[in-house]
Write a protein of this length. Structure first.
Length: 690
């Protein structure tokens, strides 16, 4: 061994030097990961500096704990800290790659109900370089095991250890105050986990998130009916006057909520090699009896589909982290659309070809008052019937008909598709359109599964026509959230035929279709700005159901005097005039406004305040379970014990329903099933479809 190496080795045998080595490696590793694996939107020198600085205080503090201990124990502790920190970093890199967000305890806590989703995708998203995160841990552990580095058993003076802790805390305070200066209210306005990581670091974020989760449980305990005051006073100001040309027009009709999984607005009339990707949905979109919206945005956060469902049926937002359905769906009180309609004489059912536990639907739907939940227990499975997270849409829809036809009318039926879901894989026999060729593998299959979903939608609509449901139903179809995440900027610009995309373009890329079809409805494309939070008030007004005392954070898209600021879950907003994305403000042509006039400044502030207000009120309602303190007139509190989605129970109740009345579709058809009216070209069913 060279003299130099020996010297290094000898130095490393000193515990303080070893400690410094670990802190420095930790620091560099975290910083390199920030720069190469995350997209933190650094926009100035101070943010750059803080990103560089923020691993140091936490590193000093965490590894410093070990200095209070002696000998081997101390080394063990340092290596455990290093390992835990590496696992946390690694898990976040994977999670971030698909969700553009950091892991939270809310998500981990609910992983029981969402795990098959993440599990399936995990091999898809791993990059070989991700494993480098463990390299330092492995090397240093080996050096210790093979005694290349020797354990220094000498005691570190308590004074030294505590001095280091104090330095760490001081450094952290400097970090925090610089961060607060650059981004006021960083920790009070916790709309975006990205900000916390950018300013204070991924490890601080972990601790902060754990603290928040603990707070959650005590929040509910401490909430009281007086907390509703601010909610009710906002609801008053948010109230709109229903549009008389639409109010009550759908009274008594069946309602379909057709969930187009991961379906973005840009797909409407989109072509690949001259071929329409979604001809059936395009036709539906342009139908003279369809009211379509072309400035309708998804507003989901980490809860994705579950956030969309929460907004659509409760007019409440998802959470800053985690999912309302998984964290609060079982325990909270809700005044959801299914319960409201149930109490107006509707039958209510949700259908989905995935396991009932996903997103905690099997519990949440009870709280929302769904009489039936036809989940995978109700559907016939064969090996090639499923892809990704559940039954392929064509097979799922065909099988749904046997339950649909038994529901007493009018009914409210939510139909949740899933084939057009990341990672957009489809077997060869179902691929009937070419992929796009951006070269981004995650993106290019998207049009293929969207095309498949479109065909399934087409088959479903033609069944509705044949069965006579098309004419007496209001069919609502919507896309739940983006299919292509912002991490695929290059591919997105190629898809949109642009050189590159700005943050504004990406915000506009969050548009999803929202369409309401009903014979006799004045159709056309409506340009109002709105989003998922506005669906419930819109539909209740169309159905002519009084909802002026219901707690809703959105407003009727058809009302004239509505506010058109669309709040995103991260605190950004878009509107017909100004939009704020990240730290930038844009006009409605997408031009960035760097020097705002005082009038513009005032408008931005107003819209920001409103955005912050609706998000924080929503969080207050959900986390405090405030709806338990308030019941709208004509609404009966839902009793979860009244519901069961067990196959045998569901079938029994359907049977009873047939005896009680003559209102189901099957009864209208003289007791004859309508399932034969559903024709599909699903190749899996070829042998069964004579
Ligand atoms: C699965 C499904 C997918 O049941 O609804 O949810 P998502 O991953 O889109 O949130
Ligand atoms: Mn979804």
């Amino acid at each position: 061994m060279g003299v130099g190496l020996k010297k290094i080795r000898n130095t490393l045998n000193n515990r303080i030097v070893f400690f410094v080595l670990l802190v420095v490696v930790f620091w560099l590793k975290t910083y390199i990961t920030y720069q190469t694996k995350f997209n933190l939107g650094i926009s100035d020198g101070m943010q750059q500096f803080l990103l560089f600085l923020n691993p140091i205080p936490v590193g000093l503090l965490l590894f410093g704990i070990a200095l209070y201990f002696r000998g081997r124990k101390s080394y063990w502790l340092m290596m455990i800290v290093s390992l835990i920190q590496s696992i946390w970093l690694f898990a976040n890199v994977l999670y971030y790659r698909e969700f553009s967000d950091f892991l939270s305890l809310g998500i981990i806590k609910s992983s029981g109900s969402v795990s098959n989703n993440l599990g399936l995708s995990i091999m898809e998203i791993i990059h070989p370089t991700d494993f480098l995160i463990f390299l330092d841990f492995i090397i240093i552990t080996l050096l210790l095991l093979f005694k290349v580095i020797k354990v220094d058993t000498r005691k570190v003076k308590l004074r030294t250890a505590s001095l280091l802790s104090v330095v760490a805390i001081l450094l952290f305070s400097v970090n925090l105050s610089l961060a607060e200066k650059n981004r006021p209210q960083l920790l009070t306005r916790t709309f975006d986990n990205n900000y916390i990581v950018k300013y204070l670091g991924i490890n601080f974020y972990a601790g902060y998130n754990a603290y928040q989760t603990y707070k959650e449980s005590s929040t509910r305990a401490n909430a009281s009916s007086s907390d509703l005051k601010s909610v009710l006073s906002f609801i008053k100001t948010n109230k709109t006057t229903p549009n008389i040309s639409y109010y009550g027009k759908a009274k008594g009709k069946n309602v379909f909520i057709f969930h187009l999984e991961s379906f973005q607005q840009f797909l409407i009339n989109y072509k690949v090699d001259g071929k329409e990707v979604t001809p059936n949905i395009n036709k539906f979109y342009g139908d003279s009896s369809t009211l379509s919206f072309d400035n309708f945005f998804n507003q989901v956060g980490q809860g994705k589909t579950s956030d969309a469902e929460t907004m659509l049926e409760n007019s409440l937002f998802g959470l800053p982290s985690g999912s309302v359905m998984t964290s609060y769906g079982t325990s909270n009180t809700f005044h959801a659309m299914p319960a409201i309609l149930d109490q107006q004489g509707y039958s209510t059912a949700a259908m989905h070809g995935d396991v009932g536990s996903f997103w905690n639907r099997d519990n949440t739907y009870k709280s929302w008052g769904y009489q039936y939940f036809f989940n995978d227990n109700y559907f016939k499975e064969k090996t090639n019937y499923s892809v990704g997270y559940g039954l392929k849409d064509k097979i799922f829809l065909k099988q749904s008909v046997q339950y649909l036809e038994q529901l007493p009318q009018p009914f409210y039926a939510k139909v949740i598709t899933v084939t057009n879901h990341y990672p957009y894989e489809l077997d060869k026999m179902n691929q009937t359109i070419a992929k796009t060729n951006t070269g981004d593998q995650t993106v290019d299959g998207y049009v293929q599964t969207a095309h498949y979903l479109d065909q399934a939608f087409g088959e479903f609509i033609s069944y509705l026509k044949k069965a006579g449901l098309y004419d007496n139903s209001m069919i609502v179809a919507y896309g739940d959230h983006y299919g292509i995440s912002n991490n695929h900027k290059k591919a997105i610009s190629q898809l949109l035929g642009k050189k590159s995309v700005t943050s504004y373009d990406l915000a506009m890329f969050q548009k999803v279709p929202f369409m309401i079809h009903m014979p006799g409805l004045k159709g056309g494309v409506n340009h109002t700005y709105g989003g998922e939070i506005d669906v419930m008030p819109t539909l209740l007004d169309l159905l002519g159901i009084k909802n002026d005392d219901t707690i809703q954070l959105g407003n009727d898209l058809l009302a004239a005097n509505r506010n058109q600021t669309v709040a995103f879950r991260d605190g950004d907003f878009v509107s017909p005039t100004l939009s704020k994305v990240g730290s930038k403000v844009y006009d409605n042509t997408g031009k960035e406004l760097s020097n705002l006039t005082s009038v513009q400044k005032k408008e931005v502030t107003e819209q920001q305040n409103r955005t912050d207000k609706v998000l924080s009120l929503s969080d207050k309602i959900v986390t405090g379970d405030l709806l338990r303190f308030y019941t709208p007139a004509n609404f009966k509190k839902v009793n979860k014990a009244d519901y069961s989605y067990k196959y045998s129970d569901g079938m029994k109740r359907l049977k009873e329903a047939q005896e009680d009345n003559k209102k189901s579709l099957i009864q209208q058809h003289g007791g004859k099933s309508t399932t034969d009216l559903f024709s599909t070209d699903a190749p899996e069913l070829k042998s069964e479809n004579k």
